[in-house]
Design a protein around this ligand. Structure first.
Ligand code: GDP
Length: 604
């Protein structure tokens, strides 16, 4: 289920600045008109949408040219609403009907609508009105007849005021801020996703050592992983986020393998919605939404697989899908052409929504023609290669075979250049705009209406489908006071939850501690009991021994007729007698020695 609505992007957003509201609106309508994509699909008649001016070849040059022209706007050429290039001066009033007298303008002039488009009346609640109608709400009071707003007349100025310089201001601001782009690659492992990403940005986004490609990180289940690289080209910074999905389509049973991807895409929308809905919000919340999804189709030559159909059907209204035929060098040009036709036919049959490249990017002349011809190449049959081959003094990125080289950047060999030009050079901002004004808006409407991604009522918010629920949702988003209340309530709830969690943790800890204390108490008692028993056993044994000894002694006394005391006395007497005898012998020996020494004259 899709709903149109008006973009809510801030005015600071360069895309929004460059694209008037009606252009986005028509783009949304156009996008969802792609139900009718047929064989040629993308060549259906599409109203041209205004796009940002093509960037100059070198931004440095352009910036210096611009800054050189800014302080002295006297010589500024610009294109008036009537399309005639005129020269204006600060001091001199120039007849605007005069043709330009100098060289071409130094900077690309901003696209100025020649006449106001058939303006759809801005109806900010359009999408939600649709929801309310679908939910059969009580009839809303008829709108009062508003006075018709007259279109303001264009007035020619007599001199140079300076607002023609506005695009330059926006340009400088955008360059200073840098750009963000999130590219998702989905497809079975081994189809050449990492090789193509490296070829697209002419750098090792997937560094083999630091960041192996998806197939080297294949998991049993589908994972969603992001890697961020900061790219710089001619002073313009691009924060490129690559989202890959290792494991997609690699299992035996691939049912629901798209779910982690849907969850990821929607979680990014949710992050953005939360950031946008805060009372104290940033002027431009970081845009991490997925802007483009390159879906890799295996070069089977037999059309789409059921998994391809299922994935693109489910994701088509959530993200800009660009189908890509992998490893196009494995097919002959005729096979490739037939395969493309088959794929586009099936995309039409299954009502798959793919990103519809707008025919015009605001470029004039050759640029527009080239865009048209590149657009006809969808689905892009690409060849990826990380190797650069030297041939005839030329350095070619390509794949070398015994029969020749498949050149990556040759439109006769594959559609790589078409894909790179369309995605990066000409349509990057449009991809971001469609993400913001179509997919994100649809998500936002679904979210506010309490619907889940499949359009069914959200389990937790099912009551929001009632008129009161819807009104509450709208009030919350569009009424700052209600929003503050809501945030306060959320905060209180969070605090309460935290408190009860802490209480629970405390209780659990106390319970654990008590249980441990009880355990150690029981252990101590057990040990005490064991020691007591051991001591008692020892005492008993000693008693036994004492008794045995006494009995032995009594028996001995009986046998010998002696008592132990008698025995002791006798032994003492014998000892003392021995001592006296020993002493007498010693004295006698001494006397003999002294007599001998006197006789010999030797002193001892
Ligand atoms: P991933 O798993 O989808 O990221 O695939 P890789 O980029 O790791 O590529 C898997 C294998 O296919 C590698 O051996 C690549 O050299 C090869 N490969 C990548 N692109 C092409 C291509 O366009 N044509 C051919 N024939 N082989 C390719």
């Amino acid at each position: 289920m899709e709903f149109d609505s008006i973009s809510t992007n801030s005015l600071e957003d360069i895309g929004t600045c460059c694209l008037p509201c009606f252009a986005l609106q028509s783009k949304r309508e156009l996008f969802f008109k792609s139900d009718t994509v047929s064989g040629g699909g993308v060549s259906a008649s599409v109203p041209p949408s205004a796009a940002p001016p093509a960037p100059p070849s070198t931004l440095k040059d352009a910036l210096s040219k611009r800054s050189a022209t800014l302080p002295e706007p006297q010589e500024t050429n610009h294109v008036e609403a009537n399309g005639i290039a005129t020269k204006h001066s600060n001091s001199v009033s120039v007849d605007v009907s005069k043709p330009p007298s100098t060289a071409p303008p130094p900077t690309p002039a901003p696209p100025v609508p020649i006449s106001a488009p058939p303006a759809p009346v801005p109806t900010p609640l359009r999408s939600t009105e649709n929801i309310m109608k679908k939910a059969e709400h009580p009839p809303v009071a008829p709108k009062p007849d508003l006075p018709k707003i007259e279109k303001p007349k264009t007035k020619e100025l007599d001199g140079y005021v300076g607002f023609a310089n506005l695009p330059n201001q926006v340009y400088r601001k955008a360059v200073k801020k840098g750009f963000e782009f999130t590219l998702m690659v989905v497809g079975e492992s081994g189809l050449g996703k990492s090789t193509l990403i490296n070829s697209l940005f002419l750098t090792e986004v997937y560094d083999k050592d630091k960041h192996p490609g998806p197939s080297l990180r294949v998991k049993k289940t589908v994972g969603v992983e992001t890697s961020v690289v900061l790219l710089k080209e001619n002073g313009v910074n691009l924060t490129l986020t690559i989202v890959d999905t290792p494991g997609f389509g690699d299992a035996v049973d691939n049912s629901n393998c798209w779910q982690p991807i849907i969850d990821f895409v929607e979680s990014k929308y949710e992050e953005f919605l939360n950031a946008e809905s805060r009372v104290a919000r940033k002027a431009a919340p970081p845009d991490t939404r997925v802007h483009c999804c390159l879906y890799f189709i295996a070069p089977s030559g037999h059309g789409l697989k059921p998994l391809d159909v299922e994935f693109m059907q489910r994701l088509g209204d959530k993200v800009n899908i660009i189908p890509v035929i992998a490893k196009a060098d494995t097919m002959t040009p005729e096979e490739c052409k037939d395969f493309k036709e088959q794929i586009m036919k099936e995309i039409g049959q299954h009502k798959i929504k793919i990103y519809d490249f707008p025919e015009s990017t605001g470029e004039e002349g050759d640029g527009a023609d080239v865009t048209k011809s590149l657009r006809a190449r969808v689905p892009f049959a690409v060849v990826g290669a990380n190797t650069v081959i030297e041939q005839d003094g030329r350095r070619i990125r390509g794949r070398k075979y015994p029969w020749g080289i498949a050149e990556v950047e040759n439109l006769e060999h594959c559609d790589f250049l078409a894909l790179r030009n369309m995605v990066i050079r000409t349509h990057l901002q449009d991809l971001k705009d469609v993400t913001s004004s179509v997919h994100y808006e649809n998500y936002r409407c679904r979210k506010l209406a309490g619907l889940s991604h499949d359009g069914k009522p959200h389990r937790t918010n099912s009551n929001n489908l009632c008129p009161q629920g819807l009104m509450n949702s709208f009030m919350t988003v569009w009424n700052p006071l209600a929003q503050m209340e809501e945030e306060k309530r959320e905060h209180d709830l969070k605090m309460e939850k935290m408190e009860s969690e802490m209480e629970q943790i405390f209780q659990t800890k106390v319970r654990d501690k008590r249980a441990k204390l009880k355990e150690s108490e029981a252990e101590l008692a057990r040990r005490h009991e064991a020691t007591r028993r051991a001591l008692e056993a020892q005492a008993r044994e000693l008693d036994e021994r004492q008794r045995a000894l006494n009995a032995e002694r009594a028996a001995w006394e009986r046998d010998t007729g002696l008592s132990l005391d008698d025995l002791r006395r006798r032994s003492l007497e014998a000892n003392s007698k021995e001592t006296v005898d020993g002493k007498e012998k010693k004295d006698k020996k001494k006397k003999d020695w002294s007599f001998k020494s006197v006789a010999t004259g030797i002193s001892i």
